[in-house]
Each structure stands twice: as C-alpha cells, then as structure tokens.
Write a protein that binds this ligand. Structure first.
Ligand code: IPE
Ligand code: IPE
Ligand code: MG
Length: 257
C-alpha cells in the first residue's frame, strides 16, 4: 500500500477526483467539541489535499462543501457554514491563485445564498479564471437532482418547437452547471459512510468509488495518495469485456514468461 505518492504509477493518476468531505461533526463530538469546530478543522484537510492533488498532477478536484439537503440542519449550523465558506474564500483565495489553481463553483446560486457570498464566489472565479495547473470545483448549495432538473428546464426551453432529436447526452451535459467539467474518475467519501448523497450523479456515472473510515478533518495528502493507489489497482471496463486468461487457466509452462 502506497503511503505517499512515490509508489504510484504516474501514467494512471486519475484526471478528476471528487470528494465527499464527511465526518466533521463526528470528529468534533469525539473530542467533546461543537460540530462547528469540526467544520473549522476541515479547512487544513482541504488545503493539504489540494497540495497533494497538485503534487500528483491531478487536473480536476471537486469537493462537496454544502448540499441542497444541508439546509435542513439547525439554523445556527447553516449560518456558521455560510460564514465559514465566505471567510475561507476571503482568507485563502489568494493562496489558491498563487498555486495556479482555477476555482469554480457548482450549485444553485439561489436566494438562500447571501448576496455577499455570491459576489465573493464570482470574484474568486474571475480572479482565478486563467489559472491552468488544476481546477478546484467547490460544490456549494449543490444537489445532483437539482442540477439535472435545471439542465432539463434549459433543454425544454431551448427545444420549444424544435426536434426531440436535439436532446442527447452531449446537449444535456452541455447544460450542467459546469459543462467543462470532465467525468469523475475517482470518487472518495470519508467517514465510513457508503453513499453518494446526491453528488455528481451524471458526472460520476462510471467513477470508481473509494470509501475510507478516516473522518474528514484527519484526511490529508497521504490519505489521498492511498485512495489513488486503490484506484490504480482497479480494472475499469466501462461496460466492455475482454478475455484475460487467469494464471490458473494456463497450461503449466505455456504462459508468457
Ligand atoms: C461534512 O461533515 C460537512 C458538511 C456536510 C457540511 P458533517 O457535518 O456531515 O459531519 P458528520 O457526518 O455529521 O460527522
Ligand atoms: C454530504 O454529507 C454533503 C457534504 C459533504 C457537503 P452529509 O453528511 O450531508 O450526507 P448524509 O446526510 O450523511 O447523506
Ligand atoms: Mg455527514
């Protein structure tokens, strides 16, 4: 098992890694802290993971920061999360820019998201728009079902009186929140939960899923490299098939070297 990026096959590094950053509340509660302290502790995990992704040459990293379902949480926690994401951008957007990271947001920019935060999101996207080393997408007020519904609405609008044949996978994908976003290769979820929680349902159609028990605040670049090693050992088939004679099935001595 790789415990750093050194043992990885550089040719098989996933292009797009998506992460469900989960377990902040449990991490905090285990320490007798408030859930919000857990969210705060997740910040250094995120930035160490970004650093690790840059080291590995990952081109796209997408992290789940706030879901359309997270509005159900107590008002005090929701308020904290909005403020925390704002402060994170204020304090650290410059650092991401310096690292040549392009930052984008996916999610609904509806009235529940404070105007100040929307402006900050737009500023950060504009400021980093020309960066090329990696694209960090932050899923904020994001839900995959909402994204698919939003795309379908646009298609219906565009298709008024037009042909149904114009609706295909390509035209649908072109109306997702970020049409430039490639398919997810590796989807990681921390904290031991094994579910997708309404994340990237279209883009992760053929993603390899890796679940780790590590709680998000304890995640770092070493853990990321471990997940990538797990990914590299997988056999991706995309629905295809190929004969692969097993060692058992070969006549003794007739196998290749
Ligand atoms: C993930 O940690 C952060 C967000 C969903 C915003 P949680 O807050 O879900 O932590 P747990 O799952 O309750 O431990
Ligand atoms: C998914 O985590 C959303 C984010 C990490 C932002 P949740 O903690 O909200 O998901 P469930 O409720 O366990 O499915
Ligand atoms: Mg959770």
């Amino acid at each position: 098992m790789a415990d750093s990026g050194r043992d990885l096959d550089r040719a098989r590094i996933p292009g797009h890694v998506a992460i469900i950053m989960d377990g902040n509340g449990r991490w905090a509660n285990q320490r007798g802290l408030t859930r919000n302290a857990g969210h705060e502790a997740g910040e250094q995990a995120l930035f160490d993971t970004v650093e690790g992704a840059l080291e590995l040459g990952i081109r796209d990293l997408t992290v789940y920061a706030f879901s359309t379902e997270n509005w159900k949480r107590p008002a005090e926690e929701v308020r904290f999360l909005l403020g925390f994401n704002e402060s994170l951008l204020l304090r650290r957007a410059g650092e991401l820019d310096d690292r040549d990271v392009r930052v984008r947001f996916i999610g609904r920019r509806d009235r529940r998201v404070p105007r100040r935060l929307v402006r900050l999101i737009e500023d950060t996207e504009a400021r980093t728009a020309d960066n090329t080393r990696m694209t960090l997408r932050i899923a904020f007020n994001y839900g995959a079902r909402a994204e698919l519904v939003d795309a379908a609405r646009q298609l219906v609008e565009a298709a008024q009186g037009g042909s149904l044949r114009a609706v295909d996978e390509e035209s649908f994908a072109a109306r997702l929140y970020d049409p430039e976003m490639p398919d997810v290769d590796l989807l990681i979820r921390t904290s031991g939960e094994q579910r997708v929680s309404n994340y990237l349902l279209w883009q992760a159609a053929y993603a390899e899923l890796v679940f780790t028990d590590t709680l998000w605040p304890d995640f770092d670049r070493t853990e990321l490299a471990r997940c990538v090693a797990t990914y590299e050992a997988r056999d991706r088939r995309f629905g295809g098939a190929e004969d692969r004679p097993s060692a058992d099935g070969l006549d003794a001595g007739s196998g290749p070297g």
